[in-house]
Ligand binder design. Structure first.
Ligand code: NAP
Length: 294
């Protein structure tokens, strides 16, 4: 790995981490999963207006064009934003990945991505002995785009440590980020430890538990929210931040977008951090990337 991720003082959602290739990234981002295309343009423009600079989308969300329009509508210089997208599973392998990158750039109406991720690793369950080679070939296409200036940082999503170890056998550019599911009830303690020890910034998807999880209504979370005079959403997001995990909360409602930025006027005690980490499973997707069929 080239450089340490600098553990900075986090003062607001746009305090920066430095990735292992020197590129800086805001410490909180805005998610767009399940935001339909007809809502995404306004939602993204609103998110930028209330202060978010990191926008997270993916080809499979079907909203890249609308996200691109939202970015344009916001009227902010492209270089002040940090835009992430992800390669979907039907475009794995060298040739298809190259095509996927160009198509994403076109849909987002931008010349470059700040970060591009492999959305899910090809797994042995579906691809047997070929899985590792497929991931390596996808990565090779991404490395080319990186060297061509189309992507400023390369990363992974839903890669567990053993997938990272496998990828590193052939990778020339080390992954800068791994975006995995992290929320109360699904802490991924060992995985986060491994990734951070290897200078890979962990982004937490579904930091509020995602749709239908019981994170917001859990009694311990509610007690802690009352103790700190904050909401359960605040407590959840703050717990990620204090573990140096970059949360990507999603909301299409402006007041919640704002609420999800108000994370810097309180600090969870070590004891309360541990209490949250110890919570039982509260729902969420909680998928094992080696077992998924998509
Ligand atoms: N890499 C991956 O495989 C992967 C998978 C899933 C997600 N992601 C990324 O991570 C982002 C976040 O994950 P997610 O969207 O699944 O879940 P999330 O952000 O944990 O939760 C979103 C849900 O919480 C609600 N919500 C938002 N703020 C709230 C608040 N302050 N109080 C109460 N409810 C609130 C939202 O409703 P409203 O919108 O109605 O406000 C929505 O139903 C995604 O949008 C996407 O960018 C990545």
């Amino acid at each position: 790995m080239e450089r340490m991720i600098v553990m900075v003082e986090l003062k607001n959602i746009n305090s920066l981490y430095r990735l292992n290739n020197g590129v800086t990234i805001p410490c909180v981002g805005y998610g767009t999963f399940r935001t339909p295309a007809d809502v995404a343009e306004q939602a993204v423009a609103d998110a930028i207006a209330v202060g978010y600079r990191l926008i997270d989308t993916a080809t499979v969300y079907g909203n890249e064009e609308a996200v691109g329009r939202g970015i344009k509508d916001a009227g902010i210089d492209r270089h002040r934003l940090f835009v992430t997208s992800k390669l979907w599973n039907d475009h794995r392998g060298y040739a298809k990945a190259k095509q996927a990158i160009d198509e994403t750039l076109e849909r987002l109406q931008t010349d470059y991505l700040d970060l591009y991720l492999i959305h899910w690793p090809a797994n042995r369950k579906q691809f047997g002995d070929q899985a590792a080679e497929i991931n390596a070939e996808t990565w090779r296409a991404m490395e080319e785009a990186y060297h061509e200036g189309k992507i400023r940082a390369l990363g992974l999503s839903n890669f567990m440590p053993h997938h990272v170890v496998e990828l590193m056998k052939t990778a020339e550019v080390a992954p800068a980020v791994d975006q995995i599911e992290v929320h109360p009830g699904w802490p991924h303690v060992e995985e986060v430890k491994y990734l951070q020890a290897h200078n890979i910034l962990v982004e937490g998807w579904a930091p509020l538990g995602g749709q239908g999880a019981k994170v917001m209504t859990n009694p311990t979370m509610q007690q802690l929210a009352a103790k700190y005079g904050k909401t359960t959403a605040h407590v959840s997001l703050r717990w990620l931040l204090q573990r140096w995990i970059l949360p990507l909360p999603k909301s299409v409602h402006k007041e919640r977008m704002v609420q999800n930025t108000q994370l810097f006027d309180f600090e969870l005690s070590d004891e309360d951090m541990e209490k949250i980490t110890a919570l039982p499973n509260l729902g969420g997707q909680c998928a094992d990337p080696d077992e998924v069929d998509f």
